[in-house]
Design a binder for this molecule. Structure first.
Ligand SMILES: NC(=O)c1ccc[n+]([C@@H]2O[C@H](COP(=O)([O-])OP(=O)(O)OC[C@H]3O[C@@H](n4cnc5c(N)ncnc54)[C@H](O)[C@@H]3O)[C@@H](O)[C@H]2O)c1
Length: 289
């Protein structure tokens, strides 16, 4: 009988190219036939900063589900411990670490504790950051400027310094830094945030050059507006605000934390072995408009 709208083709019918689609049953057979398929970052040791919520939390969960042991670092240690508990409940490996990343001693302790717990540092996702107050350049106070630079730029420098020291000795390692769309274009009303995120790209490019021949890769992800607690607080349950924010994204709606996490995990994986010094926009075609 010919197909009619009331009798649509089964999903398992051949495609127009004559190639049969793979059904759930076939996928199960393939999984059974290849039981040794490993996670993207199987067996690696990863530090994720700002991992108690938002993009960092999504990344910590994804790194763990892709086979890594994860150091879940945040100044909100209670929330970091909750993330660790859930990762362990699902059979993953993770440890919470309490750090204020603007403090050099905390950053040094974070790296040393990771080596102590797991023996090395294969990868680091330096993600912790704040968004800051919107306002005119003229109203930005020196205090706001210094706080922004301290959290969004100096902390990344400190993390890289101690992570690179270990990675250079190991002869391998991967760092991914969280920049932003505001790392390559100006974000009106956020000059301090824009300056810090441009600075993160400077650190990324310098370190990528210096450590390339030592087996260490350094890259940055540049998220567009992504649904996280910070953005949810700004939306404050108002669909009109969410729509306006969504329209500022090239694809017309917000990014999800898990979508940024996917890029960070891939960059840390051996699949990205030839990628270093890259600034990867994860923004649904926003900054290339
Ligand atoms: N969400 C977005 O739309 C967006 C867009 C572009 C870039 N980014 C960047 O991505 C990163 C994550 O953003 P998010 O929206 O998930 O943030 P978030 O505010 O939801 O989470 C940030 C986490 O970092 C932690 N943190 C902040 N300062 C810290 C410090 N000094 N020491 C230790 N931990 C600290 C916080 O406790 C929090 O758990 C940030 O660097 C942010 O600038 C986010």
């Amino acid at each position: 009988m010919a197909d009619t709208p009331s009798n649509p083709p089964s999903p398992l019918d051949p495609t127009p190219l004559g190639i049969p689609l793979v059904g759930e049953e076939t996928s199960e057979m393939m999984r059974a036939a290849f039981p040794l398929r490993l996670g993207l970052v199987e067996g690696k040791v990863v530090i994720v900063t700002g991992a108690a919520r938002g993009i960092g939390e999504a990344a910590a969960r994804l790194f763990a589900s892709e086979g890594a042991a994860v150091m879940v670092v945040d100044k909100d240690v209670a929330a970091a411990e909750a993330v660790v508990k859930e990762i362990r409940t699902r059979g993953g490996e993770a440890t919470a670490f309490d750090a204020d990343l603007t403090t050099e001693a905390d950053v040094e302790a974070m790296v040393l504790s990771t080596v102590h717990a797991y023996g090395r540092v294969d990868c680091a996702f330096n993600n912790a950051g704040i968004s800051g107050r919107f306002g005119s350049f003229l109203d930005l106070t020196l205090n706001e400027w210094q706080q922004m630079i301290s959290i969004n730029l100096t902390s990344v420098f400190l993390c890289m310094k101690y992570e690179l020291a270990v990675m250079a000795v190991q002869g391998y390692g991967v760092i991914v830094n969280a920049s932003s769309s505001a790392g390559i274009v100006g974000a009106p009303g956020l000059p301090h945030y824009t300056a810090a995120k441009h600075g993160v790209l400077g650190l990324t490019k310098c370190a990528a050059q210096e450590f390339a021949a030592k087996g260490v890769r350094v890259n940055a992800v540049l998220p567009g507006t992504t649904r996280t607690p910070t953005i949810e607080a700004y939306i404050n349950g108002d669909p009109a605000v969410e729509q306006t924010l969504g329209r500022s994204v090239g694809r017309g709606f917000l990014g999800e934390a898990s979508e940024v996490a996917e890029a960070a995990v891939w960059l840390c994986s051996d699949r990205a072995s030839f990628v270093s010094g890259a600034t990867l926009a994860v923004d649904g075609a926003t900054t290339n408009r």
